[in-house]
Unconditional design. Structure first.
Length: 626
């Protein structure tokens, strides 16, 4: 019985752990009039919070490797499902550039059977999430996401039959989605109490299925009100909760009463499996475990060829997107390593201003080590922006005390004049730096919006999720609850360029350095002739994927003219009554809605190969009225 361990890889051994202790499903007897007879084992493989980490890496297994391992397992154990607990469609460039469609294609190839909608899956707007759900070969589930009229936005549950066993799988989305994506993305939606919704769904499923699986994006953090623990306590008839949102690694699951909660952590660093054993149609046992990165590495099974090809073709297709012009600059935007890690940068100022523009925050702070390149004078493409900001970090806001903002600035300049990845690039705030003073006492004259900072006052801070979680040793922000979640940094900067048209940011004494003479100056940027290759800052959530800026941008329409801070909705610009000129922020779906048609009809009429690839200034033919 144990001889398989001698030749089987650690990953496959982990996948088949329980099957060695139970009769194979193929040996069970068929159901008779009295119900399913014998022993049946079903395996639920699951992921959560992958945030579009599609590639195999030093930290992550990747979708292709996971798909290959699942196929190997299925050769002897076909009774399995693949589930995802959300925050999957958004995060990295491979997803963001095409608004999630690439991830749907990859998940279709892997063979997912169901997914719960996570808060970041709404990051392109709820209309886009509905479109992505329509492209998926699996249901995207959420029982508690309601439209203004009280109807559900997405399918609430799915019943899957596996070898005569019926599984009821329903989805729940965190109510925190109301502020853990941009509010505009979920305008008009309501996220109802997940425990109340779960009770109703379980009541509907009981008697129809042999086991009930909740696929939830709720998490187990004590800081959250609505958690999977709360649902398990209030709805004990759920058998298993496949969870996400809190990025919690549960090695063998968590038991709450008789409910098993399983969660894998994040970024496909490992994936999960739950083995269900049924005797005569009744659930008798459930065991949770993880397939680790180490076990996957030791397995020599190559990544699934079909999934690898999709990833390759997606990235090749995105080369066109990377060449799209988003704006221009009349000055060099300085992001050189020896500038952003030891002093104020005009590019750092620009990024911080974009963060404030999106969030309405009082103060923005980002780590200079997160800025990875400069942008030369002239046109700016999406490829340029992604090269500057390659990590896919999100903008987050927190309400923090003025004293902690000062503490953060002290920490960021602690190494000056030496280089430090934590050096603060700031917006909304100015301060003086005296390098002659000891560490912790170098910062003075801190002003927010021109007024001296009040150490006891609460300010709205915008930063990236790396710093918000304590990255680069910004521990003073870690324990504050999130006030809001917004787009990724590169998306925010792209939108800012599109809004402004041409930019001309300056170094403007946001960080004023006191000299030995007593004068206060802002050091002129010193740019090395050959910058050292950038290193991943300590604790950074992911490694950059270099995106080469195109030497000659593809022909595009002129950059949009500068707009007001809050532009009015663009009116249709028609040349003959049947043509619309694309404006910044438009999507084919929005244009179709505005002109009483559908994006599908517009795609067909204009022969668009990819309906996501439209750009400001482009002409879109409209169908004739009636």
């Amino acid at each position: 019985m144990k001889s398989w361990k001698k030749w089987m890889s650690p990953a496959l051994a982990a996948l088949m752990l329980v099957s060695a202790a139970a009769p194979a499903a193929a040996e069970t007897s068929a159901a008779d009039a009295g119900g399913k007879k014998g022993t049946t084992k079903i395996t639920l493989f699951h992921t959560n919070d992958t945030h579009s980490r599609v590639d195999e890496s030093k930290e992550g297994i990747g979708f292709a490797k996971m798909a290959a391992l699942l196929k190997e397992y299925a050769k002897t154990n076909p009774n399995s499902l693949v589930l995802d607990a959300g925050d999957t469609f958004h995060g990295q460039t491979v997803a963001n550039l095409v608004r999630g469609e690439s991830i749907v294609s990859i998940m279709n190839a892997v063979g997912y059977n169901a997914m719960a909608a996570g808060n970041h899956d709404f990051n392109y707007g709820y209309e886009r999430l509905v479109e992505l759900a329509g492209k998926a070969k699996f249901p995207v589930l959420s029982a508690n996401t309601k439209k203004a009229d009280g109807t559900r936005l997405l399918k609430p549950y799915e019943i899957k039959e596996v070898d005569g066993i019926k599984l009821g799988i329903f989805g729940l989305t965190t109510p925190e989605t109301a502020y853990k994506t941009h509010p505009n993305n979920v305008a008009g939606l309501k996220f109802t109490d997940p425990a109340v919704e779960a009770k109703a769904i379980v009541g509907e499923l009981k008697g129809k299925v042999d086991a009930i699986i909740a696929l939830t994006h709720l998490g187990v953090d004590k800081s959250s009100i609505d958690t999977s623990i709360k649902v398990a306590e209030q709805v004990p008839d759920i058998d298993v909760i496949i969870d996400g949102h809190s990025h919690t690694k549960l090695d063998t699951g968590m038991k709450v009463g008789n409910v098993l909660i399983a969660q894998t952590g994040e970024y496909l660093k490992q994936f999960g499996r739950v083995d269900l054993t049924f005797e005569n149609g009744k659930l008798k046992d459930k065991v949770s475990g993880l397939i680790t990165k180490k076990a996957a590495d030791e397995d020599k099974t190559p990544g699934d060829a079909a999934v690898l090809e999709i990833i390759r073709s997606v990235k090749k297709e995105q080369e066109k997107v990377l060449q799209q012009k988003v704006g221009s600059t009349s000055v060099k935007l300085v992001g050189d390593r020896e500038v952003v890690r030891k002093g104020e940068s005009n590019l750092g100022n620009l990024i911080a201003d974009a963060m404030i523009d999106e969030t309405g925050a009082d103060v923005a702070i980002i780590n200079g080590g997160g800025i990875r390149d400069s942008i030369g004078v002239g046109p700016i493409t999406k490829g340029h922006v992604i090269t500057v900001l390659p990590f896919g970090n999100y903008i987050q806001t927190k309400k923090v005390k003025g004293s902690d903002i000062v503490a953060a600035l002290e920490h960021g300049v602690s190494a000056y004049p030496d280089s430090l990845g934590a050096f603060p690039q700031v917006g909304g705030v100015t301060f003086e730096l005296d390098p002659a003073q000891p560490k912790g006492k170098r910062v003075s004259g801190v002003k927010v919006k021109g007024q001296l900072i009040d150490p006891n006052k609460t300010y709205l801070l915008a930063t990236n999720d790396f710093i918000a979680a304590g990255g680069d040793d910004y521990k003073m922000f870690k324990d504050y609850p999130l006030a809001g979640d917004y787009s990724s940094l590169e998306e925010s900067l792209i939108k800012y360029f599109q809004k402004k048209g041409e930019v001309n940011p300056q170094v403007e004494n946001r960080v004023a350095v006191k000299q030995a003479s007593g004068t206060v100056t802002t050091p002129a940027p010193t740019v090395p002739a050959t910058p050292a290759p950038p290193a991943t800052p300590a604790g950074q959530t992911s490694k950059p994927t270099p995106v080469p800026a195109p030497a000659v941008p593809a022909p595009t329409a002129p950059a949009p003219a500068p707009e007001a801070a809050k532009p009015a909705p663009a009116a249709p610009v028609a040349t003959d009554g049947g043509v619309y000129i694309v404006k910044s922020g438009d999507t084919l779906w929005k244009i179709g809605k505005k002109h009483n048609t559908t994006w599908q009809k517009l795609q067909e009429l204009n022969k668009f190969k990819d309906p996501n690839l439209i750009f400001p200034g482009q002409k879109v033919k409209l169908p004739a009225a009636g």
